[in-house]
Design a protein around this ligand. Structure first.
Ligand code: FAD
Length: 317
């Protein structure tokens, strides 16, 4: 079933989760254990992130450096299919522009179609240190809107080879949004204009970057509605569980924290107290979002199922 169908049918806010594939070489068992912990909440869908290849410099024994290209976390499609059929839950496969040609993306979508996976999240992907060289007869999607366009075309039976007689696919398409603005966007207004292009091109729903201040989400939704974006906008929630998050999350995700949360975390006597503070803060945040009847709350679980589970159990959902 499609995410948009769940959202349209729901009378109360839904709860969904986002998980991350294991590091290359590691077993999927650790992810299955996370999913098992989360399945008690009967989520309608679980997102599985995707990761492009990256370049790293590795120091050699003689002191020189060599450039190593690795895709640290492969396996998004396989893992999504395994979770879907093992746990009978819909999975949303994240697809990226970065690191993939349109021809590779078309192949990936064909695989997903055969696997019966109906939901994809169309993302540009983070800018990586590695820029794959593209063969002259291959093409790339520059922005998420281009990827949305490719998927929408396939939903109309239009594949890259326009002479191909192709059946229509039927993917439900999610896209990302940033209540605090994407860090490369010149302004929030410009970012929302590009978001509208993604929706006008075929996106069915939106999931936001993690927010720690609900007012930013509510304000963002108002701006989007004023700009003519009518699809559901799902807030993303991440639990702050370590002091390190105060610097790492703003650096990686361009998000900010309310002053009182920062103060309380800095005053905490140990890691356990930081977790308590982060958990209590997220609980208040989620309660407010539930009362506001948001369409769904999307938890960035990554590999931290226990804290998210404790929070949801505390809410009695
Ligand atoms: P876009 O919508 O393409 O926007 C990127 C930037 O370009 C923005 O600043 C936008 O304003 C601007 N822009 C957009 N269109 C145009 C245009 N036509 N012309 C000029 N400028 C334009 N990353 C991963 O690598 N893997 C994941 O699995 C993943 N999952 C995510 C899930 C969610 C819910 C979110 C919010 C983010 C996720 N990301 C993931 C991160 C995401 O890939 C990055 O934030 C990336 O930098 C932007 O992706 P986007 O799809 O929003 O890009």
């Amino acid at each position: 079933m499609k995410v948009i169908e769940f959202l349209n049918k729901a009378k109360d806010p839904l709860i969904s989760f986002e998980i991350i594939p294991p590091d290359r070489g590691r077993s999927a068992d650790v992810i299955y254990r996370i999913v098992e912990e989360l399945m008690v909440f009967k989520p309608p869908f679980i997102d599985v992130t995707s990761h492009a290849a990256d370049a790293k410099y590795v120091e050699q024994a003689d002191g020189s450096f060599s450039r190593k290209i690795t895709r640290k976390r492969p396996g998004t499609i396989g893992l999504s299919a395994a979770i879907k059929y093992r746990y009978k839950v819909e999975t949303v496969v994240h697809l990226l522009c970065t690191g993939f040609t349109r021809e590779e993306t078309e192949d990936a979508l064909v695989e997903l179609n055969y696997l019966g996976i109906e939901n994809v999240m169309a993302l540009r992907g983070d800018i990586s240190d590695y820029k794959k060289s593209i063969q002259p007869n291959r093409t790339v999607n520059a922005y998420a809107v281009d990827l949305v366009s490719q998927i929408s075309h396939m939903n109309q039976g239009l594949f890259l080879d326009d002479e191909l007689e192709a059946d229509r696919t039927d993917f439900c398409i999610g896209v990302a949004a940033y209540p605090e603005k994407h860090d490369e966007a010149p302004s929030l207004d410009a970012d929302i204009r590009y978001l509208k292009q993604k929706v006008d091109t075929g996106a069915d729903y939106i999931v936001t970057q993690m927010i720690f201040d609900n007012r930013k989400y509510f304000h963002f939704v108002e701006l989007c509605r004023a700009a003519g974006i009518q699809v559901p906008i799902i807030p993303g929630i991440k639990l702050l569980t370590s002091r390190n998050h105060l610097s790492s999350l703003p650096r990686h995700f361009n998000v900010s924290f309310p002053d009182d949360l920062v103060r309380n975390v800095l005053d905490a006597k140990d890691d356990a107290e930081v977790k308590e503070i982060g958990g209590a803060f997220a609980r208040k945040q989620v309660e407010e979002l539930l009362n506001a009847k948001v369409p769904c709350i999307h938890f960035y679980v990554m590999q931290q199922a226990k804290t998210v589970k404790k929070l949801i159990q505390g809410l009695g959902i």
